[in-house]
Design a protein around this ligand. Structure first.
Ligand code: MLT
Length: 289
């Protein structure tokens, strides 16, 4: 008989795994006692999508938020942390980024309109991360849209960074947190200067689908608000990830500046398990959960 998540003190079953067969299940990300102490049953997690940053309203601050800038800020941050980088500082301004990196001896990364900023160590590029030694280092990242949106949503209960590369890990974590905080999940698309972009909306739809599947395995009910239903439809409207990227303006821009490597790399699904979470003091930075 299939074991339910409650038998395991609330551990989340991973998609494609047999409950009880994986050691991961015996090390739940959140302590078992934590679930025992609370007798509530999580009946429903509301799931919504902000297709553009202005769709993020003050009431979203109570949610677990997942920021998606699939081409490329989210993919770069996930790749940095997966490759041992300690913290990724996300700054909106290029001059503030220069100053912070100089002061702390951090690697300086970023772009404007896709192109590496003058004097920067690297662009906003997951493929450049792979050829640089980022292990144990701090990185300052500034991008046209992604790092601004991270700042905008920073008041949310928790902010995670998601993309195809870490989709499953990120969705599992978002569900665990939603359950822990008894709240809903909001996926926020970075978009392009506040305008809708297809690549982020498509990726948001993929994450909606992923959350539904993981929730199904764990007897957690999900309520899809209209925006999440729409994102799901967008996801199902394309035969594969590269077709959606190719149809998008961001994808076309990457190809036009010769970054087919990033275009392809960002379409890999679940190759990484790092889930960046946002912290803040006088700066905003991401560390792997
Ligand atoms: C952004 O944050 O605007 C993007 O990730 C841009 C890019 O890298 O092309």
């Amino acid at each position: 008989p299939t074991r339910r998540s409650s038998d395991l003190g609330g551990a989340i079953f991973k998609k494609g795994e047999q409950p009880g067969m994986n050691s991961w299940l015996h090390e739940p990300l959140v302590r078992k006692e934590h679930f025992k102490k609370r007798s509530y049953r999580m009946d429903e997690v509301k799931l919504r999508v902000a297709f553009t940053p202005p769709d993020f309203h003050a009431k979203w601050n109570e949610l677990i938020c997942v920021v998606v800038d699939v081409l490329r800020a989210s993919s770069t941050i996930v790749t940095l942390l997966e490759n041992g980088c300690q913290q990724v500082y996300t700054l909106a301004s290029a001059s503030d980024s220069r100053a912070l990196s100089r002061k702390q001896d951090y690697i300086l990364a970023g772009e404007r309109n896709g192109l590496t900023l003058p004097g920067f160590d690297m662009g906003n590029s997951p493929c450049e991360v792979l050829i640089n030694d980022v292990a144990e280092k701090g990185v300052v990242l500034t991008t046209t849209n992604g790092t601004r949106v991270i700042k905008k949503v920073s008041g949310a209960r928790k902010v995670l960074i998601g993309c195809f590369l870490n989709a499953q890990a990120c969705c599992e974590r978002a569900l665990l947190l939603a359950r822990e905080y008894k709240t809903g999940i909001g996926i926020i698309c970075a978009a392009e200067k506040n305008a809708f972009v297809l690549d982020d909306a498509f990726c948001a739809g993929f994450l909606v689908e992923e959350i539904l599947q993981i929730a199904g395995l764990n007897s957690i009910n999900i309520e899809l608000l209209d925006s999440a239903q729409a994102a799901r439809r967008i996801y199902h409207g394309y035969p594969d990830i590269l077709s959606a990227f190719r149809a998008s303006n961001s994808g076309q821009r990457l190809l036009s500046i010769g970054r087919e490597d990033d275009f392809r790399f960002c379409s890999n699904v679940d190759i990484f398990t790092s889930v960046p979470v946002l912290y803040q003091n006088s700066y905003f930075w991401c560390e792997s959960l």
